[in-house]
Design a protein around this ligand. Structure first.
Ligand code: ADP
Length: 771
C-alpha cells in the first residue's frame, strides 16, 4: 500500500522511521513527526496517522536522515544537525476534537451582527448565533463571514477545520488554525438556499461531527416568483396586444384593399359608362350634324311660311339636341382630364358682342329685354375662344330659360385690377326665377338640378359644372348671386394676362408628321364636327370662310383642302379657283362640299379645278374614302416620277400650272445638264420662284427636294445615255454634270440599285428601274 497525503501525510520526504514497543511506527520528515498505529478490526488492518509538526513544537526541524534509534527503556531518539531528540512515546499528548465546532460570530460586509442587534432596520438574530443556526438575508446582503471555534482548549495550536457551503462549494475546504478558531468569507452569493457545514479536528486528525448553519438569501423583488408571474402576465399581455395589433392592421389593410378594389371597380364602371356615353353621343352627333346642315340650307330656300315655321321648329329642336350631345361629350372630356386650354389672341369685346348678336333672335322671340353693357378697356387678350363660347352660351341659355317673358337679361363686360393683375369680368344677370340659398351651394356640382314644381325646365345638370371647369381652366373664378323670385347674376372673372405656352405649340408642330388637312366651312358646328372627326387621322386646321382659307393654304401648305361652297366673303368655288391658279398652292387637292346637288354646280366645281365634289348630306365614310383616295393619288404620282425613266409632266401633276412648272424645270435642267455648277439657287432664279416655294412645289409634286430633283434628272439622263451604249461611264458622268465619276457611280447605284457598268450591259430601251 502506498501512503500519501490522503492519509494525513504532508511533504512526505522521510528522514527516519522507528517502531516503539507498542508496535506503533514513528516517522520523521524534515519538519514533522508522524505516528502510524495499526488496529485489527474485523480481520482488517485499520491504520491511523497522527502528526506532530512544526506547529506543535518549533523543535521539529532540521531532522537528520536515517538517524534514529530506540532505547531499551522504550524511548525514541531522532538525530538532528545539532543533536538529537529523545522522548518517551507514552508522554506524547494527542488532542482529539470530539465536540462539533461552535459558531461564535456572523458578519455582514465584515460587520459583526449579534443577537438582538439591528442590521439595516431589522433584527437578524433573536438568540445567540450558535442556537439560531440560520439566517435570512436580502439579495444585496451577500458578503458574509462565519466565525467558529473548535472548543479544543488542550492543544488549540493544532486545530484543523473542514468546511463547505452547500449550494456554493463543490468540495470540502480545509484550514488549520493555531488558536482553535476559524473564519470563512463568502461574497457575491446569489439568491438561494445555502447550508454551511463545518467540522474540526485536533492534531490527531480525527474529525468531529458537523455543525450546520442555514443561510437563505432572498431574491430581489424583481426576481421573486410573483415578479416572474407578473412578467409572464405582462408578456402574455404584450403578446395579446401584439396579435391584436397585427390582426387589426391586417384587417384595416384588408378593408383598404377592398375599398380600393371597390373604387377601382367603380372607376372602371364609370369609365365604361363614359365610354358608352361617348359612343352614343358620337353616334347621335353625326346624324344630327347631317340633319342640321341641309336643314339650314333648306330653311334659306323655302318660301312657304307654314313650312318654314315647321322647319324652324325642327331646326331649333335639333339644335337643342345637338347642344346637349355636345355637352355630354365636353363633360366626358373634362372628367377624363382631357381638356386643355387652347389660347389664341382676340378682342374680347368683339367676341362678346358677336355672342350678343347671336342671342338676339331668341330674345326677340321670348320678348326679353336683352342688353349688352360694355366698358372701355383694352380688350385684346389671350383666351380659349371655343371654351369661352361654351361658358357664355351656357350662362345665357340658362338666363333665357329661367326668365319669364318680358324679363330682362344683361350681358356685361368690365375690367378689374386685382393685385397688379388685370381681370375681365363677364356678367350674365337676369330677372328670372332666381335660385334658393340651399340650391346655390350645389349649383356647380355635376348633375345637380333645382327641382322645379312645374318640371317644365328639363336639362342634364352638367351645364354649370362645365362652365365652372372651363372657367378654372382659364385660371379664373365664377361667382353667383341670386334672390329667389328676383333674379340671378353669374360673374365670370378671367385673367387678361394668360400666356400661350410656346413649347406645347412647338411640340405639336414638330412631332406630328401626319397629313395636314384644311377645312373651310362657315357653319361653326359643322366645322368643329368635321375637325373633331378627322383629327383622329390627320392634322386638321380650319377656317370659317374662303378668305381665311386661302391665307391658311398659302401659309401652312396643307396636303388637302375640304371646303364648303356657300360661304360669306369668298365662297368655295372662288377659293378653289384661287388655289388652283396660285403656283404656291396649285398642287393641293380640293374637295368641295355643297348642298347644291344639280349637275350644274358639279360642272362649275370641276371647271374651277376641284379634284372631288361631295354633296351634302353625305356619309362621313364617303368623305374619308375620298380624302384617302386623293392623298394616295398624290403619293402614286410621286412614285411614278421616281420610277419612270422619262419624266412626263402631265402624268405627275394635276393642274396645268404644275405641269408647266415641271416642264420648265426639266427644260432648265436639261439645258444645263453638263454643268456641274448648276444648282438649286440658279434653278429657282431661272424659274422665277423663291427657294422656299420651289422646295414646297417639288416636294409636293415629286416628293423630292430641289437638290434631289436635279440629281434625279441628271441620273435619268445618264441612264438613257448608258442605254444608247455610245459612251462609257466616265463620259456619261461628265455629260450629265458629275465632276467625279466615283460620286456619279455612288449616286447611280443609290437611284437605280445597280452600278452604271452593269446598267449599260443590260441594254433594254424603255427600261424602268425597280426603285
Ligand atoms: P341644366 O343643363 O339642367 O340647365 P345647369 O348646370 O346649367 O343644368 O343648371 C343647374 C340648375 O341651376 C338648373 O337646373 C337651374 O335650376 C339652375 N339655374 C341655372 N341658371 C339659372 C338661372 N339663371 N336662373 C335660375 N336658375 C338657374
Amino acid at each position: 500500500m502506498c501512503w500519501g497525503e490522503e492519509h494525513g501525510f504532508e511533504n512526505l520526504t522521510i528522514q527516519a522511521m522507528q517502531e516503539d514497543y507498542n508496535n506503533e511506527v514513528w516517522i520523521t520528515t524534515i519538519n514533522a513527526l508522524y505516528k502510524v498505529s495499526v488496529a485489527k478490526e474485523g480481520g482488517q488492518n485499520e491504520y491511523s496517522v497522527v502528526c506532530l509538526d512544526r506547529n506543535y513544537s518549533q523543535d521539529w526541524n532540521d531532522l537528520y536522515e536515517f538517524c534514529s534509534m530506540r532505547t531499551r527503556k522504550g524511548e525514541l531518539c531522532f538525530g538532528r544537525m545539532d543533536g538529537f531528540y529523545l522522548f518517551s512515546p507514552e508522554n506524547v499528548v494527542f488532542t482529539p476534537c470530539v465536540i462539533s465546532p461552535l459558531f461564535t460570530g456572523f458578519r455582514l460586509f465584515n460587520e459583526s451582527v449579534s443577537c438582538g442587534e439591528e442590521y439595516h432596520g431589522r433584527v437578524l438574530f433573536t438568540q445567540s448565533i450558535d442556537k439560531v443556526r440560520s439566517v435570512t438575508l436580502n439579495y444585496d446582503e451577500n458578503f458574509l463571514t462565519f466565525d467558529f471555534s473548535s472548543l479544543n482548549f488542550v492543544n488549540p495550536s493544532q486545530t484543523y477545520f473542514r468546511y463547505r457551503l452547500e449550494g456554493a462549494d463543490k468540495k470540502w475546504n480545509e484550514i488549520v488554525s493555531d488558536k482553535g478558531q476559524g473564519s470563512v468569507v463568502y461574497n457575491n452569493l446569489l439568491p438561494g438556499e445555502y447550508t454551511f457545514h463545518v467540522m474540526s479536528a485536533g492534531n490527531d486528525h480525527v474529525w468531529s461531527p458537523e455543525s450546520v448553519f442555514h443561510v437563505t438569501i432572498r431574491p430581489p423583488f424583481w426576481a421573486t416568483g410573483w415578479a416572474f408571474v407578473l412578467y409572464f402576465l405582462c408578456l402574455i399581455g404584450i403578446v395579446i396586444l401584439g396579435v391584436r395589433y397585427v390582426y387589426r392592421k391586417n384587417n384595416q389593410k384588408l378593408i383598404r384593399l377592398k375599398e380600393q378594389q371597390e373604387a377601382q371597380q367603380k372607376e372602371e364602371l364609370n369609365q365604361l359608362k363614359f365610354r358608352f356615353f361617348t359612343n352614343i353621343s358620337h353616334e347621335l352627333r353625326t346624324p344630327l350634324t347631317l340633319i342640321l346642315t341641309p336643314l339650314e340650307v333648306l330653311r334659306k330656300k323655302v318660301t312657304d311660311e307654314q313650312v318654314l315655321r315647321q322647319l324652324d321648329m325642327v331646326y331649333k329642336n335639333a339644335q337643342e339636341l345637338y347642344t346637349l350631345v355636345n355637352q355630354l361629350l365636353d363633360f366626358r372630356k373634362i372628367e377624363m382630364k382631357m381638356e386643355k386650354l387652347h389660347l389664341t389672341a382676340g378682342d374680347l369685346e368683339e367676341f362678346v358682342s358677336a355672342l350678343y348678336a347671336n342671342f338676339q333672335p331668341f330674345a326677340k322671340e321670348k320678348q326679353l329685354d336683352f342688353r349688352l353693357e360694355l366698358s372701355d378697356a383694352h380688350w385684346y387678350m389671350n383666351f380659349d375662344h371655343e371654351k369661352l363660347h361654351r361658358i357664355l352660351n351656357n350662362l345665357l341659355s340658362n338666363a333665357f330659360k329661367f326668365t319669364p317673358e318680358g324679363g330682362r337679361v344683361v350681358l356685361s363686360l368690365s375690367a378689374e385690377e386685382v393685385e397688379g393683375h388685370s381681370f375681365a369680368n363677364i356678367t350674365v344677370s337676369d330677372t328670372g326665377i332666381g335660385i334658393s340659398d340651399e340650391a346655390l351651394k350645389h349649383i356647380f356640382e355635376r348633375f345637380y338640378q333645382v327641382q322645379h314644381p312645374d318640371d317644365s325646365k328639363v336639362g342634364s345638370g352638367i351645364g354649370l359644372h362645365l362652365v365652372k371647369e372651363y372657367v378654372e381652366l382659364h385660371e379664373g373664378t365664377i361667382r353667383v348671386e341670386s334672390q329667389p323670385g328676383k333674379g340671378t347674376s353669374f360673374i365670370v372673372r378671367i385673367p387678361m394676362d394668360l400666356k400661350v405656352e410656346e413649347e406645347a405649340v412647338q411640340e405639336t408642330v414638330t412631332s406630328d408628321d401626319r397629313k395636314k388637312l384644311l377645312i373651310v366651312e362657315d357653319n361653326q358646328d359643322f366645322r368643329h364636327f368635321l375637325k373633331e372627326q378627322l383629327s383622329e387621322m390627320y392634322q386638321v386646321i380650319d377656317a370659317p370662310d374662303g378668305e381665311e382659307g386661302e391665307k391658311l393654304a398659302v401659309e401652312q401648305n396643307p396636303d388637302l383642302i375640304i371646303s364648303d361652297i356657300m360661304m360669306p366673303k369668298v365662297d368655295g368655288l372662288e377659293l378653289c379657283r384661287r388655289i388652283k391658279h396660285n403656283v404656291q398652292t396649285s398642287h393641293i387637292p380640293v374637295i368641295l362640299l355643297t348642298a347644291r346637288s344639280g349637275d350644274e354646280a358639279k360642272i362649275s366645281g370641276y371647271a374651277v379645278g376641284a379634284d372631288s365634289y361631295i354633296s351634302k348630306p353625305f356619309s362621313f365614310d364617303v368623305l374619308l374614302a375620298r380624302i384617302k383616295q386623293l392623298i394616295e393619288q398624290q403619293e402614286g404620282r410621286r412614285k411614278e416620277f421616281r420610277k419612270t425613266l422619262r419624266v412626263n409632266p402631265s402624268r405627275i401633276t394635276i393642274t396645268s400650272i404644275d405641269e408647266q412648272l415641271i416642264q420648265k424645270a426639266l427644260k432648265l435642267i436639261e439645258e444645263h445638264i453638263d454643268n456641274s455648277e448648276y444648282n438649286v439657287e440658279q434653278l429657282s432664279a431661272d424659274m422665277g420662284m423663291s427657294r422656299m416655294n420651289l422646295y414646297r412645289k417639288l416636294q409636293a409634286i415629286t416628293g423630292q427636294t430641289p437638290t434631289e430633283f436635279i440629281r434625279t434628272i441628271r441620273l435619268k439622263r445618264a441612264a438613257q445615255l448608258l442605254q444608247d451604249g455610245k459612251l462609257n461611264v466616265s463620259e456619261v458622268a461628265d455629260r450629265v454634270g458629275f465632276s467625279s465619276s466615283s460620286y456619279f457611280t455612288k449616286c447611280f447605284k443609290e437611284q437605280f440599285g445597280v452600278l452604271p457598268t452593269q446598267y449599260s450591259e443590260t441594254d433594254e430601251s424603255g427600261k424602268t428601274d425597280e426603285k
